[in-house]
Every structure is written in C-alpha cells, then in structure tokens.
Ligand binder design. Structure first.
Ligand code: AMP
Ligand code: MG
Length: 331
C-alpha cells in the first residue's frame, strides 16, 4: 500500500478522459442521457455510426430493465410483488447475481436492497431533506440482501416482505457499459471509449496505437486530476460523495448509504476509483469500498488479485492498492 498526501482543497469528482490532441480518422461520437447520467460513446472505423447507435440501444434496454421507477421494468415488478417470484431477463439476473456476490464478499457494504433508503432520503429529489432517526431505523429493518430470493434456473427473483425493494443504481451503469462495449465489438469496432458519467470503458487502445489515458478527477476540484491510468482495454469506475448530494448545517449528505446505519456512508472516504475485469464489477466494488472505508476496503482489495483501487480520503490523502496497473499520481 502506498500513501500520498495531496494538498488540493477538496469539490466535485468524476473520472474524466484526457483526450489526445490529434484527432483520429473516422471517429464518431455521440452523447445521450441514460440512467440519470450523460453517456458518451466514441468509436473509430467506417461502421462506427451504426455501432454507436446499437450500443446506445443496448444501454437503453438495460436501463428499461433495471430502473426501479419505470413501471413494468424487471426491478419495478419485483419491488411491487412482495411474496412472489418474478421472471426477469438474463441481464437483470446477471446484475443481481453479481451484486449478491459482491454483497457476500463485502459483508453487506454493497447491498441492492437499499431501495427503501434511497426512497426515504430522496437525495437529489427531495431537496435538503433529512429523515428522523426513527424513520431511518424503521427502513433499515427492510434492508438485507440475504432476504432476496433467486431461482437461477428459472430466472426468478423475489422479495419476501413488503417494504423491501431492489435498487441497481450501484451496478447498472457498469453493466450497461460492458454491454455497450460488447455490442461495439460485435459490430467490428476495434477502438472505442465509453464514458457513462464516471464509468469509463476503453477498447483496443487509441487508433494511433497509443494507450488510452483515463484521468481520475480530484473529488474537490473539477478541473484537477489526482491520477492518470493508462490502458489498452479496460475500465475505471469512480464512486464519490460529489455525484448527488446536498449540504445542510455544514454536513454533506450524499447518495451512497451504509446499509447498516441507513445514513450516507461516513467511513472517511470521499471517492474511490476501481479497475476490474468488468465495468459491472468495478461499479459494484467502487460503491462497496466507499462504504467500507480505506482500512477495511484496502484489506479486501489486496486479497482480490483482479480488483485494484484508489481511495481519496476526506483528509485529502490518496491511497493506492499495491499493484494498481499503470497508474501515475499527479504531483
Ligand atoms: P455509485 O454511484 O455506483 O456508487 O452508486 C450509487 C447508487 O447506488 C445510489 O444512487 C443508490 O441508487 C445505490 N446505492 C446506494 N448505496 C448503496 C449500497 N450501499 N449498496 C448498493 N447500492 C447502493
Ligand atoms: Mg457503483
């Protein structure tokens, strides 16, 4: 484990791309608002326009399955049918299975049954609303990933009690970015980058043969970077307390909850960036590690050879897991 101190005054965080100055030939780029976030896809090659359209269609499909708010979605059906097993698509099942694995591994720091908390707090929807402790504890009683029922063979998912609910917000963007990359590849695309609001996926290096450079933004300085990760093909996903939050009486309330307390997670971390074999994994782990904090989180990361992480603490310390590939800290 390496520790560095930065002196940056901490305000906003999301992974951003440092783009090459030389425009590559036959580039096609488009942006759409999907899953409450601006998604940009850039691909290179003659078939790039059709490939990018197909990738967006795939991401919209995942959104339509995973949204807890669009009536008729897989997640909506499960949430609105307590006591019943509901048939879901393979994509939804994949997301829920992966979520459950990460929940087991993180002792419930990641928990997709946080939906009742997401609704109670309404971060970004209810203004600067802070629920009472008794409201929070009443809702925390309904949060427990172990109660989610899954029948893999029949592709069924169910919740045993009313008041429970699933929210795939901590994993769906990464999963959708993986699917978008797969669709691009199916269309013969060799070089591409996907930026789904801080979930970055890159493919095949840049067309000129150089590596993609993924900049990780300083969580408290929208114009500054804490690190640059160079990669040919891969993903970097960041979770941060600046993405959706409000400040009341000097305290920051953000959208990543500690499932045990029902409060916005307060383990001293303000951002975590993760690289992993898939963007869905990186997404789930970044949310989980944010909740776990540096000490517990780093212990877990160091035990998982394919997962690497960069933590930024509220004191401005940057902590990088020992074998994070090709990362360069700024300053
Ligand atoms: P991310 O930006 O990927 O860290 O995901 C944050 C989103 O995941 C929130 O907006 C919630 O929808 C959901 N969420 C919040 N807390 C958790 C948690 N502890 N485990 C799983 N999902 C969560
Ligand atoms: Mg996440």
């Amino acid at each position: 484990m390496r520790r560095y101190v930065i002196f940056a005054v901490a305000v906003v965080l999301s992974a951003q791309l440092l783009l090459s100055c030389v425009p590559a030939p036959q580039a096609f780029e488009q942006s759409e608002f999907i899953m409450d976030t601006l998604v940009s896809i850039r691909a290179y090659g003659k078939r790039a326009p059709q490939a990018v359209q197909a990738a967006f269609a795939e991401m919209r499909k995942i959104e339509a399955l995973a949204s807890a708010y669009s009536s008729g979605s897989d997640v909506w059906k499960v949430n609105n049918s307590p006591g019943q097993m509901i048939e879901v698509s393979q994509d939804t099942l994949e997301m829920i299975k992966l979520a459950q694995q990460v929940s087991e591994q993180t002792d419930g720091a990641f928990d997709i049954s946080v939906f009742p908390l997401v609704q109670l707090w309404g971060i970004g929807k209810k203004g600067d609303y802070v629920p009472t402790d008794s409201q929070v504890s009443a809702v925390v009683a309904s949060v427990d990933f172990r109660k989610i029922r899954i029948d893999e063979d029949k592709s069924l998912v169910g919740l045993p009690e009313s008041g429970m609910g699933i929210d795939l917000g901590g994993i769906a963007k990464g999963y959708a970015a993986d699917r978008a990359a797969a669709v691009l590849a199916e269309h013969g695309i060799k070089h591409a980058l996907i930026n789904a609001g801080g979930n970055i996926v890159v493919m095949g290096g840049k067309p000129d043969g150089s590596l993609w450079r993924v900049g990780i933004q300083d969580p408290r300085d929208p114009n500054g970077y804490i690190a640059v990760v160079r990669m040919n093909t891969g993903t970097v996903v960041t979770s941060g307390d600046y993405e959706r939050y409000f400040i009341k009486d000097g305290k920051r309330y953000h959208h990543i909850f500690d499932p045990r307390t029902g409060q916005p997670a307060g383990a001293g971390v303000i951002a975590v960036s993760v690289t992993a074999p898939t963007s869905a994994q990186a997404d789930a782990y970044s949310t989980a590690l944010f909740v776990m904090g540096v000490d517990n989180g780093m212990k877990l990361v160091e035990s998982l050879p394919e997962i690497h992480a960069i933590f930024v603490t509220e004191d401005g310390e940057i902590v990088v897991s020992s074998d994070f590939p090709d990362v360069k800290l700024q300053n």
